[in-house]
Design a protein around this ligand. Sequence first.
Ligand SMILES: Cc1cc2nc3c(=O)[nH]c(=O)nc-3n(C[C@H](O)[C@H](O)[C@H](O)COP(=O)(O)OP(=O)(O)OC[C@H]3O[C@@H](n4cnc5c(N)ncnc54)[C@H](O)[C@@H]3O)c2cc1C
Length: 406
Amino acid sequence: MSDLSRIADAEFDVIIVGGGVYGAVISRECALSGLSCLLIEMNEVCQSTSANSLNILHGGLRYLQHLNFKRMRRSIYSRHYFQQLATDEIDRVAFLTPLSGWGINGPIAMRIALFLNDLISMDRNRDISRLQQLPGGKVLSNRTLRNALPQFQSQKTTGAAIWYEAVMNNPAKMVNTILDSAKEQGAVIISKTEVTELIHQNGQISGIRCRQSNDEQTVTVCSQCIIDTTGKTSCKLGNNLPGYPALKQHWARAVNMLINRPLFGHYAVGLKYSDHVKDNEAKFDSGNRHLFFVPHGETSAIGTFYESENAIDGNLEINAADQQRYLDAVNSVLLKDSITSEDITGWQSDWLPLEDDAISGQLNFAKASRIRSVDINGRFSGLIEVRSVKFTTAPAVARDVVAMMR
Ligand SMILES: Cc1cc2nc3c(=O)[nH]c(=O)nc-3n(C[C@H](O)[C@H](O)[C@H](O)COP(=O)(O)OP(=O)(O)OC[C@H]3O[C@@H](n4cnc5c(N)ncnc54)[C@H](O)[C@@H]3O)c2cc1C
């Protein structure tokens, strides 16, 4: 009996559509809270946006710029969740950024920021094995920086900031570990099966129709609660509900360049880089973003580059002009080393959501994931839609989704 015929006409408390990190963590949390749950993924799990991240599970140091402590705490909670659940899939990595001048980018401001970061994440190492624990941040003197990374010898730096983050070795393994844990709690996981339609009566959901990738025949599965975690296609499943409150969502392409070697030893280095991304909410804005060089064993990922969906005609492929533009950007911030097309081993390219009110062409990224419970005729239809923003915060979002269902 195929997986699909096993669940035909079965009934679940909740069906989760989409097997990226959001679907996986939400399934686990639903199963842990005692709900019978089914997750359906149209390909293999974790092959879409979740497979294309820069792999950083971060504590939100950057959100200090927005004085957004709540967002930081959500990141810290979530990073801790992943570290506890999938220790073997995660490394702790020292992040370093050179400092310049004595103002907002200088050592004094950074010392304050790192102190606050450590204070706000004081519980970060609770129940974490010693080797995975994240030490406090620190500011290095110029001399220490230049000894550690001679590339900075001729730069006008005033030192460097160091802080620690968790970096995944392999997001697909991480997602599978989460799903194994969900299965242990009774969740049913089905891949290579597409949800084609929601079944409803007068806007009240009673199930889904789905079919295996190689089959035209659809199967019905019953549930009064569907959670849409389909990434870029989220907020489309509900289209066939009468009176469905459609949302207009703008997207940007996010790209990482993969190269054949680490450029800064075991450090992940962030170098200032000026591009067209707008951060309208920053209270302390240094005017630049960072391009991160993240080592993965003998290789590295460099990112992230952004383009509005319109500017690249909705295309995820990296063409020759894109490649040249990204190479120029990388070489413009590199100090001594430089890279050529021969160093490039691949690309990661996928979509990220912009704020709802983003003006076309302007890259104002959505700051928070959105959980929408879809009401029709003033009543909850049974559909919950999740628009995700960061891999890292999937556990905090899952916690909110489960709380919403109680
Ligand atoms: C280049 C890049 C770098 C990034 N770097 C980071 C980073 O370093 N740290 C961080 O925290 N975040 C990062 N992010 C963001 C992060 O990757 C995403 O926020 C997260 O992975 C989104 O996960 P998701 O589960 O919502 O979506 P997805 O991973 O896209 O999962 C959605 C799934 O739904 C499935 N699906 C769609 N329609 C159907 C259907 N009808 N039936 C069944 N299944 C369906 C798809 O096949 C897919 O597998 C990055 C993103 C990009 C693009």
